[in-house]
Design a protein around this ligand. Structure first.
Ligand SMILES: [Zn+2]
Length: 118
């Protein structure tokens, strides 16, 4: 096997490097998203538990991911991407469930002002 390589070898090398760095960046983005989702879920569960003093069924992972993607990782009312929570459109305490139809992303501020209106 001759070493030093043809330009095709170099091209393939570059391509492999690029693919690795692309996969890396993608994994990092997914991890960051995963953390943001976990945070939103933790806040949501803590609030639900505080409201009725019981431990809540966790929102299934597939549902969290679905709602996050559907709502674009931002508050459905004001578009904020910080301090997001999963909002139960019909509160659990009123018979709402942990399904994607009953969940939406709201930022803390919008969620609090929604709570005040009910
Ligand atoms: Zn908002």
């Amino acid at each position: 096997m001759p070493r030093g390589g043809s330009s095709l070898d170099r091209l393939l090398d570059d391509l492999a490097r690029w693919l690795r760095s692309y996969a890396n960046a993608r994994a990092k983005r997914e991890q960051a998203q995963e953390r943001a989702i976990e945070r939103a879920v933790a806040i949501t569960q803590a609030r639900a538990a505080a409201l009725d003093g019981r431990k809540r069924q966790p929102i299934p992972k597939s549902v969290r991911m679905f709602v996050w993607q559907r709502d674009g990782g931002k508050c459905v009312q004001c578009g904020a991407t910080e301090r997001l929570e999963y909002d139960h459109i019909v509160a659990l305490i009123r018979g709402g469930s942990n399904t994607e139809r009953n969940l939406q992303l709201l930022c803390e501020r919008c969620n609090r002002s929604k709570g005040a209106q009910i």
